[in-house]
Design a protein around this ligand. Sequence first.
Ligand code: SAH
Ligand code: SF4
Ligand code: F3S
Length: 441
Amino acid sequence: MLHTKYFTIVTYGCQMNQHDSERLAGQLKSIGYEYTEILGEADFVLVNTCCVRESAEKKIYGKIGELKTLKASNPNLIIGITGCMAQKDRNKLFEKAPHIDLVLGTHNVHQLVELVKEFEQTKNHVLSVWDEAERLAPDVPTIRKGNISAWVPIMYGCNNFCTYCIVPYVRGRERSRPIEDIVKEVHQLGLEGFKEITLLGQNVNSYGKDTDQYGDFADLLEAVDQVKTIERIRYMTSHPRDMNDKVIDTIKNSKKICEYFHLPVQSGSNTILKLMNRGYTTEYYRELIAKIRKAVPHASLTTDIIVGFPGETEELFQETLEFIKEIGFDSAYTFLYSKRSGTPAATMPDQIPAQVKKERLQLLMDAQNEISLRINKQLTGQIVTVMVEGPSKNDESRLMGRTATNKIVLWDKQGTEEIGQLAKVKIKTAQTWLLKGQLIN
Ligand code: SAH
Ligand code: SF4
Ligand code: F3S
């Protein structure tokens, strides 16, 4: 009998990459590979990469180095690199790390099976990186990681070209999936037992703008809200510039769309926003938030912020600090500006020294943590509805769930809870990143 071949996938980066890994796993399974979590057990290791910041790239090169040792002890090991760094660096990857066998671009995910076969026949480096995507890549088998929550891409690529960002260069132009395909997939996921779906795109609010056939993002939300087989709908990421009244109204009137808005502001300074090519001002953003809060009063609000963008003076950084205090985000993902060669910001004057960036990041995080804690504390004593997701990572006797507003809640397991079910929990204590409570029967 042939020995079973095992594969593993190491994934970095955003949800879109996580989902691509599910489509890569499905393809490998279709040609007889079984999944293993253990790197040393794998016959095929695929690294799905991210290049949004230098720190991500460094980590990945570290991992690729590790694989060289692994290959020395197992010469038959196949090593593949895919994702955004593969798209960007292409055959440079073979030069830097000749122990790599396969390089697969972001537009070539669906080709994995044929490329693996090609490698098995030739045992030579195989590279497939298209500069541009086909309008829509063919469907491939998919193996989902979770069983409660599933990702559903609604559009690929980005046309925004924020001046710091590499994504438009490695993910290509915006391409929307047909609305019927999305609705069908969501319906099917519900039949398979998934309760929550997250609609994915780099800028979901531009859904449908690349064609006149599918309607816009609000139309899509409305259609997905009608799907009977699922209970919760989330989406990522929305660009503040393209968030409009129609979308806000649709969310307000929907049954299933979560009251959660992630709107990356990036900076609280108009000077920097302009240099970033974000296409909005702080005044616009403030008004947008006011509109959202009026329409959906219990909504939670999170954001992304970059510190140390070129030209960010001490004064302009203070504007960002003031702005986050004024808005009062539930939480913020904060990043050190990272120079990405090929992007306009990389060659802008007045780059900020690393030490200054770090100090600013710390100040920003301290300020935000205080705000997050204050907002979470307001929830103590209240009863919230969560979807039961499973045991807490650190403590098996506790369960973890998430509110529609995307707050993580932990409670002592009672034994009556079922994974995927909605449960009521009374909040006892609040921390910066999570809430703890007691199950209400
Ligand atoms: N399309 C999404 C996600 C982009 S990447 C969006 O527009 O929100 C996620 C976050 O990474 C961005 O919001 C930004 O805050 C951050 N980011 C992107 N490029 C960066 C860079 N060069 N340096 C630091 N942070 C960056
Ligand atoms: Fe990058 Fe801006 Fe596109 Fe987001 S919207 S992926 S930050 S270019
Ligand atoms: Fe990274 Fe590519 Fe996502 S650069 S953030 S994995 S789109």
